[in-house]
Design a protein. Structure first.
Length: 166
């Protein structure tokens, strides 16, 4: 990671570098911990291997290369198969580096996602209840500086989960 000096990445913990073929060429230790693979294992993979929805990768990556900058949310796949929601910013740098900084979503968002993608009816109720508990916990943590968008996002997620229980 030391050879990659880009100001946009200096304060980031979760950083990956890929080549034009979408193969990982470097990553931070935090990325390894997040997805459950060793650095050697990650460097033998491409973006498609760590994604929850492989079909979205080629067009999204092509758009990223064309535009040189991309931001959004993305679902990674942990080594054990569980989804990991991240917020990301990706850059195509003038020196040829293709890099991204990831930020794992909040705990409640992870539980919410897990409930939304659960297809086994027997497990759905448990996952919804865990997600509702995490949302409630996050709501109790609100401070005066909390953004109204976060409050609304939590209300929306809670409503969607309650609808799943019906």
């Amino acid at each position: 990671m030391l050879k990659h000096i880009h100001s946009e990445l200096q304060s980031e913990k979760y950083v990956v570098f890929v080549d034009a073929a979408r193969r990982y060429v470097d990553c931070s230790d935090e990325v390894c911990n997040l997805v459950g693979y060793t650095r050697t294992e990650i460097l033998s993979k491409n973006i498609d291997d760590l994604t929850y929805n492989r079909s979205c990768v080629p067009p999204l990556f092509e758009k990223y290369l064309e535009e040189g900058l991309q931001n959004g949310e993305y679902i990674l796949k942990h080594r054990d198969g569980r989804p990991i929601l991240i917020h990301y910013s990706a850059w195509v740098f003038a020196d040829g580096c293709n890099a991204a900084a990831w930020k794992p979503a909040e705990e409640w968002e992870q539980f919410y996602l897990a409930a939304l993608i659960e297809t086994h009816p027997g497990k759905l109720r448990d996952k919804v209840n865990v997600a509702l508990g995490a949302i409630h916990k996050r709501q109790l943590e609100f401070g005066d500086e909390e953004r109204p968008q976060i409050r609304q996002k939590l209300r929306d997620a809670s409503s969607a989960l309650r609808a799943l229980l019906r």
